[in-house]
Design a protein around this ligand. Structure first.
Ligand SMILES: O=C(O)CCC(=O)C(=O)O
Ligand SMILES: [Fe+2]
Length: 243
């Protein structure tokens, strides 16, 4: 454990400062919402520095080999770095009420338990045992095709990505892009402005939208536009484990 991996303040008080009702409303209306400044610069640098510590990771994916884009990412192995584990365990209970409300509106039966440990036990019972938190690295010319991070039948409907690099300073281009596909309509693209340390909460698969005849589903995908300069790192926090 490097010293920079110790959170400078415990994440719990940090998350208490978040305006959750506003975040929830933005999520309901757009399928994504930003938690500004969740990590500080030194925490971002500490996580970025882990990228070269190969024994922290269970696998490395070179995106071009799979047609996923260009660039690469690595999935952390268990045990997760303390800060990654703390973020995942503390963000989850805040997102559960939103996730369960969406499940009901989407007509889905599954409800998620209040604690992340209980949810992981469920994933493990389903044979989804492999950790999904990841670090992504982009260099000039790299990009990430629009995709969804499902990894099995049991998936938690919200995920979080934290931008670890400083736009305009450490990199240019490389915008986080979301698309929202509405039934029988054209897709809407969204590019939330992100600064270093900002966390984006977004829908993994679908979100409910109130229509004239009840709720309907819209499908979301996310990706990253081409990086023009520098190096860009992201921490991805997915709450379900993978098959
Ligand atoms: O690099 C990014 O911002 C996208 C990360 C991503 O695809 C994810 O966290 O699931
Ligand atoms: Fe992703």
């Amino acid at each position: 454990m490097t010293p920079s991996m110790t959170p400078s303040t415990p994440p719990w008080p940090r998350l208490q400062r978040v305006d959750w009702p506003a975040l929830e409303q933005h999520l309901d209306e757009n399928g994504h919402a930003v938690i500004a400044g969740l990590l500080d610069t030194s925490e971002c640098a500490g996580l970025t520095a882990l990228y070269t510590e190969s024994d922290r990771f269970r696998s490395r994916v070179v995106m071009a080999r799979h047609g996923f884009g260009r660039g690469e990412y690595q999935y952390f192995a268990y045990p997760l770095p303390t800060l990654v584990d703390t973020l995942r365990r503390n963000l989850y209970p805040r997102l559960v009420p939103i996730a369960n409300r969406w499940q009901a509106r989407l007509g889905k039966e599954r409800r998620f338990p209040a604690e992340h440990s209980a949810y992981l036990a469920q994933c493990h019972d389903h044979g989804q045992c492999r950790p999904t938190p990841l670090l992504l690295r982009y260099r000039p010319g790299d990009y990430n095709c629009l995709h969804q991070d499902l990894y099995g039948d049991n998936w938690f409907p919200l995920q979080v990505a934290v931008l670890l690099s400083a736009p305009g300073k450490q990199f240019e281009g490389g915008e986080f892009v979301l698309t929202e596909q509405r039934p029988r309509r054209q897709s809407r693209a969204m590019v939330p402005p992100l600064r270093q340390g900002d966390a984006l909460v977004f829908a993994v698969n679908q979100r409910p939208v109130a229509g004239q005849r009840g709720d309907y589903r819209v499908t979301l995908r996310h990706g990253v536009s081409e990086l023009r300069r520098g190096e860009r790192y992201t921490l991805g926090l997915i709450f379900h484990d993978a098959a």
